[in-house]
Structure formats: structure tokens, C-alpha cells
Design a protein around this ligand. Structure first.
Ligand code: GDP
Ligand code: MG
Length: 399
């Protein structure tokens, strides 16, 4: 094992990390049948009925950096912003290595205009257009009672609102499917084509599924079908977080923020009090800690929401550490070491030799890399090693 050490080109001028280049995500994102090139930050769209607290929550996530005010959502252009993914592990690493720079993983949020319920069962293509380009949906449902804020449905009923919006997404998907099926059937009459026939069979199955009032995120899909329909971006296929925006007088529920009866596939659920979060954002860090501790919490609702979004997007982080920079890098679950190296820099992937890997938990337990090495917990892994959430890596390369 140690023979390798002498062959490793450790001595680049910037250290082995070469971190200060452009960010690239692993080349294939392959969840729910969509294959795209995630050479960008993953995006979550905040959706829901008007006046449920979407912009309030968006502003809290942005820590006041975004446009505020209830009118903001009525603009044509949605609010967009990138937020840091809170990670106590990275804080710990930073306290150990004392680097010049600490860089957190990021995720993008889009505050989409309020979606009204469509009249007479017609889908609302225009309003849903900004939702097509996001990777996951954050559905804010109103649970807070406040007579000064009118409810578009007349009364507060979170379960009804969840169902109705899911129904809108399914209706839009049925619309897209019907359009495509019409075209396919015409083409198939002119010329038989095996791939088009398979696509038609999939669309028929998906349509029947939707007509039984189940979203596509719950339907099994084969690898072959994923390839056939990757261009569609079906709305009800996107993973979903339901966020209940609760009243200030039901804060006791914050003690069990993730409590849920049953969670459907590809969904998450959490609660937040938008108004309180907005006030909390003004507190000095020490007061905020004390405030949260009173509820037995270690993080705010917005921090929890960001972390939940990251998880639902199928994203995990590995770390690089050093005196220059400690950094969390984003990959999709299951990415191998060579593709993970490409996230840092393509050269590291192209000239990949080995990854030197230990896990964050082992680092916490044993304190130094030297001890980990002695205990055999600092290992060498090859190109195909599936990187785990919390791995600390050094990429050895010949570039
Ligand atoms: N009482 C109460 N009011 C809230 C809460 N969250 C948002 N609001 C209020 O509801 C109104 C609409 O909020 P806004 O964020 O603009 O909703 P949006 O239309 O979904 O973007 C504003 O007057 C907010 O102050 C909350 O948790 N409690
Ligand atoms: Mg708004």
C-alpha cells in the first residue's frame, strides 16, 4: 500500500486539491427517469396557493437578501436565490483545520408565483411553466390562522390544499401526455417504429396511473422507459416536500418537526412558522441558540428545510480539507470516486489515480489523519468506489 505513496504526484503548487476552479457536478443525474447534466446547482421551486407564506419563507431562506414584501410574488419573474446548505460536520472540520476559507454546498430556491386553482378542471400551462425547470417542489401549505390574511379557498385546510395542488400537477401531465399521444398515433399510422411504440405504451400506462389520481412520482419506471421519456419533465414526477406554515400559537409542534403519519414515495414533510422564522432571522446567534434550545431544537425551521430539500434532491456531500480551504462538494447518491473528482476539476477525473478516503465519523472519533492512517481507516479507493455522504477525500492524480 505504501509503495503507492511515492508515486503520487502530491506536490502540485496548490496542494493536492486544486479546488479553485469551476464547479462541475457528476455527469449523470438519474433519478425518476430524468437524465440531465447537473453542471449547475440543483433547483427547488417553492409553490403553493397565493398568500400562504411562500415569499416570507423564501426571504427567510435568503436571510433577507431577496426582495421582501407580499407583492414580490406577483411579479412576472420569480424570485431566485442560492443558499448555503448548513452542515455541522463542515463547521467541525473548519474548527480543526482552521482554513483561510470554508465553502458550503449550495442549493437554489425559486419563489414561484402563487398558483390559483384552475377553473373547471382545465390545466394552467402558463402559470406552471416556471415549475417545469426545477428539480424538486417545495409546496407551502397554509396552516396558520390569521383573519387579516385572506385564504383563497375560504378556510384553512392543509390536507385539502396538498391534494388540490397535486391534482393540478397531474392534470397538467395528462394534458402533455394527450398531446404527445395524438402526435405519436399519427406518426405510427404512417410508419411502424419500435421505439415510438414503446413510448406510446409508457404514455398509456402513465395516463391510466394519473387518471386513478396518483402522481407519477409514485409509479415504477424501467431504465428503458426513463430513456424514452427523459425530455418530458412531468410535473407530478418531481420529488415534493410539503411544508406546513403553522401559527405562532402552535409552536409546540416544532418539537416534532418531521413527525408524519405516512409519507408517500419521493416526498418529505416538514413544518415551519414563517412569521416566527422571519423574527428569528433578526436575533443575534447566541439568543437564537437559547430560543431554539427552549424547544429542544438545534436548528431553525429554514435550516431544516434546506437540509431536507438537499436530501430529497438525492444529493450528498463529500469533503476536502486543508489549510487553504475546507469544502463540502455536492454529488448525487451513488456517484463513483472518479466522477466525484470531476466535480472538483475535470483534470482530477481525467488523470485520476486513487482517492485517499476516510469518513467524517472516524475523523471525529480519532482526531487526526495520522491516527486514522495508523488504524487503517484512511484507505485508498479506486475509480469505481461509491462515495459516501461524509467521506473526506484527497484525489491523487497524475495531471
Ligand atoms: N400569522 C402569520 N402570517 C403569516 C405567516 N407567514 C406569512 N404570513 C403572512 O401572510 C401574508 C402573505 O405572505 P406571503 O409570504 O407574501 O405569501 P405568498 O403569497 O405565498 O408569497 C403576509 O402578510 C405574511 O406576513 C405565518 O406564519 N403566520
Ligand atoms: Mg409571494
Amino acid at each position: 500500500m505504501y509503495i503507492f505513496v511515492h508515486f503520487w504526484p502530491l506536490q502540485t503548487t496548490k496542494g493536492p486539491w486544486a479546488c479553485q476552479h469551476e464547479i462541475r457536478y457528476s455527469p449523470v443525474w438519474n433519478r425518476n427517469g430524468r437524465v440531465c447534466l447537473p453542471d449547475r446547482t440543483m433547483k427547488a421551486g417553492i409553490i403553493g396557493l397565493p398568500s400562504v407564506g411562500k415569499t416570507t419563507i423564501f426571504n427567510v431562506l435568503m436571510q433577507g437578501k431577496a426582495a421582501a414584501g407580499t407583492g414580490a410574488g406577483r411579479k412576472l419573474e420569480p424570485n431566485v436565490g442560492i443558499v448555503k446548505v448548513p452542515d455541522a460536520r463542515l463547521n467541525f472540520l473548519s474548527s480543526k483545520f482552521n482554513p483561510e476559507k470554508t465553502t458550503f454546498a449550495t442549493v437554489e430556491f425559486v419563489d414561484v408565483q402563487g398558483l390559483a386553482r384552475s377553473p373547471s378542471g382545465k390545466s394552467q400551462d402558463m402559470a406552471l411553466a416556471p415549475v417545469r425547470t426545477v428539480d424538486a417542489l417545495v409546496h407551502v401549505v397554509r396552516a396558520f390562522l390569521d383573519e387579516s390574511v385572506p385564504h383563497s379557498e375560504g378556510a384553512v385546510d392543509p390536507e385539502r390544499d396538498k391534494r388540490n395542488l397535486d391534482y393540478e400537477l397531474m392534470l397538467a401531465d395528462i394534458g402533455s401526455i394527450e398531446k404527445r399521444m395524438e402526435r405519436l398515433e399519427k406518426d405510427l399510422k404512417k410508419l411502424k417504429n419500435a421505439a415510438l411504440e414503446k413510448e406510446l405504451a409508457y404514455l398509456q400506462r402513465a395516463k391510466a396511473w394519473l387518471e386513478s389520481e396518483r402522481p407519477l412520482r409514485e409509479m415504477q419506471i424501467s431504465e428503458e422507459e426513463k430513456k424514452l421519456v427523459k425530455g418530458f419533465a412531468f410535473l407530478s414526477e418531481k420529488p415534493m416536500i410539503y411544508v406546513e406554515n403553522i401559527s405562532e400559537d402552535s409552536l409546540d409542534r416544532l418539537r416534532h418537526p418531521d413527525a408524519h403519519v405516512s409519507l408517500r414515495p419521493n416526498t418529505e414533510q416538514t413544518i415551519i412558522c414563517g412569521k416566527l422564522e422571519a423574527e428569528m432571522a433578526q436575533l443575534p446567534p447566541e439568543e437564537l441558540k437559547t430560543f431554539l434550545a427552549d424547544y429542544g431544537l438545534t436548528e431553525s425551521g429554514s435550516e431544516r428545510l434546506i437540509r431536507t430539500t438537499y436530501r430529497l434532491l438525492g444529493l450528498i456531500s463529500f469533503f476536502t480539507v486543508g489549510e487553504e480551504e475546507c469544502r463540502a462538494w455536492t454529488i448525487t447518491r451513488g456517484t463513483n470516486a472518479q466522477n466525484a473528482a470531476a466535480v472538483i476539476h475535470t483534470d482530477l477525473s481525467d488523470h485520476f489515480i486513487r482517492a485517499e478516503v476516510c469518513h467524517f465519523e472516524d475523523f471525529v472519533k480519532h482526531g487526526t489523519m495520522q491516527v486514522l492512517k495508523e488504524k487503517g481507516l484512511l484507505r485508498l479507493e479506486g475509480k469505481e468506489y461509491p462515495v459516501k455522504d461524509g467521506d473526506i477525500m484527497t484525489i491523487r492524480h497524475s495531471g
